[in-house]
Ligand binder design. Structure first.
Ligand code: SF4
Ligand code: SF4
Length: 479
């Protein structure tokens, strides 16, 4: 029991730190990534797609409809104009449907083709590639950029860096102005901003989004995709063995290694060499700086740059393309991809149902809303001529973009006298508070609380169009 445990002096444990690979030519994980430009089918497709996406983003807020900005999310006035449709806070359910539709569309696409949203449509990727394009044009190709950064500051480096950051800020500013132009009239915003006449909040928003765009696409880049965006983390829940994703065919590529171009593919195979020549181009073109040959990684945004790069190499080597390709796990294992499968069909069905409900909700939406507010001071009052009077305020909200005249009709309250205007005129997208009162002989009332309806209906619908009406229940109270 009292025996002592002998004490031993242990020398400190040496921790192994991996050093950058020798043939990596400057690439270091988690440090600056110098993305190499690539040409190929997928790159052309992404540029084409990016241009369409950019064009839509830039043009939409400039479109006019009925003399107004066609798309305007006017937060101050609490209404969203989308061409002929005006949405109010009361239409929040529509927004909820829209978000659900967007979520299921994303689930469906991710299950089918992996993270193609990230690689081809995500604004972060699109703007990062635009910024890289400027970088490449001003500072040169990847190797030149590496050398430029290693060099001490001189005049050449100074002007290139200045011009690069200036062009980035200009792109970010234009992006920000366009984005803020979705929330405030864009024509006035451009004029006011450049003449220093914009409001404090408009200026602050433009500066804030300029800073975000410049920071995200210029500096943060892959960190947004690998560390901040939550989508990267839960995407694997949607993947299955039939999901198309960018993958390296290791059974064909390994054992990788350099070789002479004079030796044929067959000779190399006999030597035990696979089709990967270990040129590292797939790593150099990757915007997130990963090596796809290490297998599926959450950092991969499915942009396909490595597919194009490797296909170019395969072409030069006279090898068949597709060493890296959009493929499924089943196909990689020599099987077939099952396009029609329960999970995908399930997402498709839910998506279809949600889209139908959204379309139904928009199609059956009544562009008129009526709120009835009772007088808070007294439930009823007795008039000098012996009648009982209830006072109301009708809030008539014209949800359309056309001015309308409405008729107010009281239904289910026999013998009432209507005190106030029975017709009201409301501008498109405006709400009108209309005070009125109803008076009735107390002997005509059978109950102390009588239920009735306010029926508000349009008077000036064009010929051939149905009238728009809303019936709202209310109560006439006596005692
Ligand atoms: S680009 Fe193709 S050949 Fe070159 S290292 Fe990558 S996988 Fe191998
Ligand atoms: S591994 Fe390939 S597909 Fe994935 S992000 Fe890198 S370049 Fe794009």
């Amino acid at each position: 029991m009292s025996e002592r445990i002998p004490v031993k002096t242990i020398s400190p444990v040496k921790v192994h730190k991996p050093s950058p690979s020798k043939n990596d030519n400057g690439y270091q994980p988690r440090s600056r990534i110098y993305v190499r430009a690539v040409e190929g089918t997928l790159e052309t497709f992404r540029r084409f797609f990016g241009l369409i996406f950019l064009g839509i983003f830039a043009i939409l807020p400039w479109l006019q409809f009925n003399g107004n900005q066609a798309i305007l999310f006017d937060i101050g006035a609490q209404r969203f104009n989308i061409f002929g449709l005006t949405l109010w806070p009361q239409d929040l359910t529509l927004l909820a449907w829209l978000l659900i539709v967007a979520a299921f569309a994303l689930f469906f696409i991710t299950t089918f083709a992996g993270r193609v949203w990230c690689g081809f449509m995500c604004p972060q990727t699109t703007w990062t590639f635009i910024f890289i394009w400027f970088e490449e044009k001003i500072e040169g190709a990847r190797n030149k950029r590496i050398k430029l950064d290693q060099r001490k500051m001189d005049f050449d480096k100074f002007w290139r860096k200045t011009l690069k950051h200036f062009s980035w800020v200009m792109v970010a500013l234009l992006t920000s102005l366009t984005f803020v132009g979705y929330f405030t009239p864009i024509d006035m915003l451009f004029i006011d901003f450049f003449t220093f006449g914009a409001s404090f909040w408009a200026t602050l928003s433009v500066v804030f989004f300029t800073f975000c765009t410049y920071g995200n696409a210029g500096w943060m880049r892959e960190i947004m995709c690998t560390h901040i965006c939550p989508y990267a983390r839960f995407q694997s829940a949607m993947f299955d063995k039939d999901t198309f994703t960018v993958a390296y065919d290791s059974s064909r590529g390994e054992k990788r290694g350099p070789r002479s171009r004079k030796t044929s593919r067959e000779q190399n195979l006999e030597k035990g060499l696979g089709d990967c020549i270990d040129c590292n181009l797939c790593v150099q073109v990757c915007p997130t700086g990963i090596d796809i040959r290490n297998g599926l990684q959450y950092e991969c945004i499915n942009c396909g740059a490595c597919v194009d790069a490797c296909n170019g190499v395969m072409d030069k080597m006279n090898y068949p393309k597709g060493l890296i390709s959009f493929t499924s796990e089943h196909e990689l294992a020599g099987g077939k991809t099952h396009i029609i499968r329960p999970k995908l069909v399930g997402y498709a069905v839910v998506l279809l149902v949600m889209v139908s409900l959204l379309v139904f909700e928009i199609a059956t939406r009544i562009p008129l809303e009526v709120d009835i507010i009772r007088d808070r001071n007294s439930l009823y009052r007795e008039t000098n001529d012996g009648l009982v009077e209830n006072v109301f305020t009708l809030k008539v909200l014209n949800k359309s973009q056309t001015p309308r005249t409405y008729q107010i009709i009281v239904e289910g309250l026999d013998g009432h006298r209507f005190i106030g205007e029975t017709q009201v005129y409301v501008q498109g997208g405006e709400v009108l508070s209309h005070p009125l009162s109803l008076a009735i002989d107390p002997y005509a009332l059978e109950e102390t609380v009588t239920e009735f309806y306010f029926n508000v209906q349009t008077l000036d619908m064009p010929e051939g169009e149905d009238i728009i009406e809303v019936r709202e229940p209310s109560k006439f109270i006596y005692r």
